[in-house]
Structures are given as structure tokens and as C-alpha cells.
Design a protein around this ligand. Structure first.
Ligand code: FES
Length: 232
């Protein structure tokens, strides 16, 4: 079946501003949007630029706006879309070329919340054990693949690029509620600042955008509650 891909293009070497170009592609119903982009790049226009790697929803590199919603191109089936598909880069970051945005500010925020286990106790003879109940407290956040779909769909982030953003908060939550970790105070201090967790207006866009179905808004509320009342 024939599909029309309307793709936002921008080449910093020759374009003053972004524009749209259209491509016709024959695709099967079982194909995904990424198959359509590959078809265009490999057979029609090799200059089309986008990130992708695993093609299986694991690496998080091909998040983009598909018909106005942040999705992973490798996870969206063509059969679930109309015959005209509009593809644009994620909002809120500088476009480097076509669908590739500069994610360095995103990873800077991620690094600010100390996204690794902090524990200065001397290592014991065995691994640090944890009950299944304690593991369950932060399980959801471990599914994050850092695709940035949540942060770039967040209106408070669009309004203020210094907001730490939902992805960084979810990753802070993952360690704050890990019973083996000792770095919660440091992370909570980062999130209790002007551009921290209180910028969240509970819009739920982040939860809707997450390709891993992480309950992001709930994690953010957990962190807010912890700042107000301490760890429950
Ligand atoms: S290409 Fe890896 S998540 Fe889509």
C-alpha cells in the first residue's frame, strides 16, 4: 500500500529554516515507521538524517514526532497510521539536521541527578541483598531507555529549558528508592531547586509519551511527596 511521508527537513549547511518534503513509499501493513524512513533513505534520498540503531524499541535512539506525538519510529506499526504520515523532530532541543536533535542538554540534566548507585560501605562477602518488595519500589524506572520522548513532550520543559525534566526525575527516583543506595539526599537536593521537580504541573504528557509505559507522573509525585514528608 502507498503511504506519503511528509518529513521536516533541515540542513544547516544550506537551509535558513526547516521545511517539509514529501516521499511516496510502498509498505506492508506489518512494517513500522522506521522501515518507511529506511526505504526513503536507502532508495530515494540518502541525505535524509535520523538516529536509529536496535530497531526493536531498546536503544531509544529513534524517538521523533509521528503525526504530532512523540513515538519510537521502530515501534509504530504502519497499519495503525493514516496514509499520510507527518514526521518531525522532537520539540525543545536544537535541530542538528532533519530529525536529529542535540541531546547534550538532556544528558546534562540526566547526569545532574547522579544516575548510578552510591554506596560507600566496604563490599561484603556476598552481593547486597534486597527483598522483592524493596526491588518493586523502583522497578518501573529501570525500564527507561533515555529516548527523551517524555521530556520533549512536557509543556513546563518547553517553557523553561532549565527544568530538569521528567526523564531525569524518573532516573533519580530509580536510585532514591533503592534500599542499597546512599545518595538520595544529594539527588533530592538537586530536585528541590528552582528548576527541579516543582516545575512539574502534572500534565501527564510524559506518561502518555513513554514508549516503555513507565508511570512517570506517578514517579514524579513520589519524589515530591518524599521532599515534603520524607521517605515513606
Ligand atoms: S531504533 Fe532502538 S529504540 Fe528504535
Amino acid at each position: 500500500m502507498a503511504y506519503t511521508f511528509k518529513i521536516q527537513r533541515f540542513n544547516p549547511d544550506k537551509d535558513k529554516r526547516a521545511h517539509y518534503e514529501e516521499y511516496k513509499v510502498e509498505l506492508e501493513q506489518t512494517d513500522r515507521v522506521l522501515d518507511g524512513l529506511n526505504e526513503i533513505k536507502w532508495r530515494q534520498d540518502g541525505t535524509l538524517t535520523y538516529r536509529r540503531s536496535c530497531a526493536h524499541g531498546v536503544c531509544g535512539s529513534d524517538a521523533m514526532r509521528i503525526n504530532g506525538r512523540n513515538r519510537l519510529a521502530c515501534k509504530v506499526l504502519i497499519k495503525d497510521l493514516p496514509e499520510k504520515i507527518t514526521i518531525e523532530p522532537m520539540l525543545g532541543f536544537t535541530v542538528i539536521k532533519d530529525l536529529v536533535v542535540d541531546l547534550e542538554p538532556f544528558f546534562e540534566k540526566y547526569r545532574s541527578i547522579v544516575p548510578y548507585l552510591v554506596n560507600d560501605d566496604p563490599p561484603g562477602e556476598t552481593e547486597r541483598l534486597q527483598s522483592p518488595e524493596d526491588r518493586a519500589k523502583y522497578d518501573d524506572g529501570t525500564k527507561c531507555i533515555l529516548c527523551a520522548a517524555c521530556t520533549t513532550s512536557c509543556p513546563p520543559f518547553w517553557a523553561n529549558k532549565e527544568f530538569v525534566g521528567p526523564a531525569a526525575i524518573v532516573n533519580a527516583h530509580r536510585f532514591i528508592f533503592d534500599t542499597r543506595d546512599q545518595g538520595a539526599d544529594e539527588r533530592l537536593a538537586v530536585l528541590n531547586t528552582r528548576n527541579g521537580v516543582w516545575r512539574c504541573r502534572t500534565v501527564f504528557n510524559c506518561t502518555d509519551a513513554c514508549p516503555r509505559d513507565i508511570e512517570i507522573t506517578r514517579a514524579i509525585e513520589d519524589v515530591k511527596r518524599t521532599l515534603l514528608y520524607g521517605k515513606q
